[in-house]
Design a protein around this ligand. Structure first.
Ligand code: AKG
Ligand code: FE2
Length: 336
């Protein structure tokens, strides 16, 4: 439905920007070298698992280095995303679609309630051969570049989830099959350059992601995070060359029965340049219900959340436009 997409929507939402004071979180965000996660020596692996567990618990996010995703795959993915967004509006509008269940969707408007000044392309990626035919054929290298990146990120997500569930006291294999057959949902985000006179301008309003984890790559700074103990202060996520940012989603909060919390994050317009980010959300399959791990429910830790699927999340989304709530809040079981 190309008619639904008009170039002026972006300009209109930019005009209604909000000013924010940038506050710095107390301590730098954790950067974890995960090179030894695959080590045969369990003690070497355990040290990394411990660092990840602490970062998940205390900050809800961390960056990883030595993660095995090649620098060229990362650069190429950002290139492919930029080249897509640089195409003429009509070409991108071919992917515009009102149905949030569409396998691929391009939009420039703020109909979702949180996009203030972003255009995005969203599509699925795992398993790649199932979804790649729905991806853009232009730019000509898009499928190759984004596909290579997607596969490497899916592999990394499984390795990270193995460590995260181990950090919760579960077997590293706990989710392996569900993740293998699970959902990889990619959001390519495009933000205009912000005005330095306007102060901090929100491109994407605060929200948490569905899924267990999100792995995010940004072309330049703009992502900001706030964890539950941060007292509302926003911490900018620095761009560390070669590193990838990881944060926790609503379904990990559910799985962990509240031991871990999903991360609230937002994107600020970069005043030096237009910005592109690629978020890869990793969760269970579309109709797979995710509940609290039984191993983490006991007398001292009563079940905190109802089970839900990605499908349930999509049903919830259109109802979440006026006053934003984290999906996971709607899943809480009244303990009263
Ligand atoms: O652009 C960013 O850094 C954040 C993107 C994001 O949060 C998302 O796509 O869910
Ligand atoms: Fe997000």
């Amino acid at each position: 439905m190309p008619a639904a997409v008009s170039g002026c929507l972006l300009a209109r939402s930019m005009a209604s920007h909000h000013n924010h004071h940038r506050q710095r979180g107390a301590a730098a965000l954790p950067v974890i070298n995960i090179g030894r996660l695959g080590d045969k020596d369990p003690a070497a692996r355990a040290l990394v698992v411990q660092d990840i567990a602490r970062a998940c618990r205390d900050r809800g996010c961390f960056q990883v280095t030595n993660h095995g995703v090649s620098k060229s795959a990362m650069d190429s993915a950002l290139e492919a995303a930029s080249e897509f967004f640089d195409m003429p509006a009509e070409r991108k509008a071919a992917f515009a679609c009102d149905d949030i269940r569409s396998p691929i969707r391009y939009d420039t408007s703020s109909r979702d309630g949180i996009s203030k000044a972003r255009s995005f392309l969203k599509h699925y990626a795992n398993p790649l051969d199932h979804w790649v035919d729905s991806w853009p054929t232009q730019p000509a290298t898009y499928r190759k570049k984004m596909g290579t990146y997607a596969v490497e990120i899916q592999r990394l997500s499984m390795q990270l989830m193995g460590a995260i569930v181990q950090g919760l006291g579960l077997s590293p294999m706990y989710l392996e099959e569900k993740l293998e057959a699970g959902l990889q949902f990619m959001a390519l985000n495009n933000y205009p350059q912000g005005s330095s006179r306007a102060g901090d301008t929100v491109g994407l309003a605060p929200h948490s992601d569905i899924g267990f984890i999100t792995i995010l790559l940004q072309s330049s700074p703009g992502l900001e995070v706030t964890h539950h103990d941060d007292g509302g202060a926003w911490t900018p996520v620095p761009v560390i060359p070669g590193a990838l940012h990881v944060h926790l989603g609503d379904h990990l909060e559910v799985l962990s029965n509240g031991r871990l919390r999903s991360l609230l994050h937002r994107a600020i317009l970069n005043t030096d340049e237009a910005r592109v980010s690629i978020a890869s959300i990793h969760g269970a399959a579309m109709d797979e219900k995710v509940g609290c791990a039984e191993e983490l429910v006991d007398e001292g830790h009563p079940r905190m959340y109802r089970e839900s699927s990605f499908h349930d999340f999509l049903d919830f989304l259109p109802t979440n436009v006026k006053a934003y709530r984290r999906f996971v809040e709607t899943l809480k079981i009244d303990s009263a």
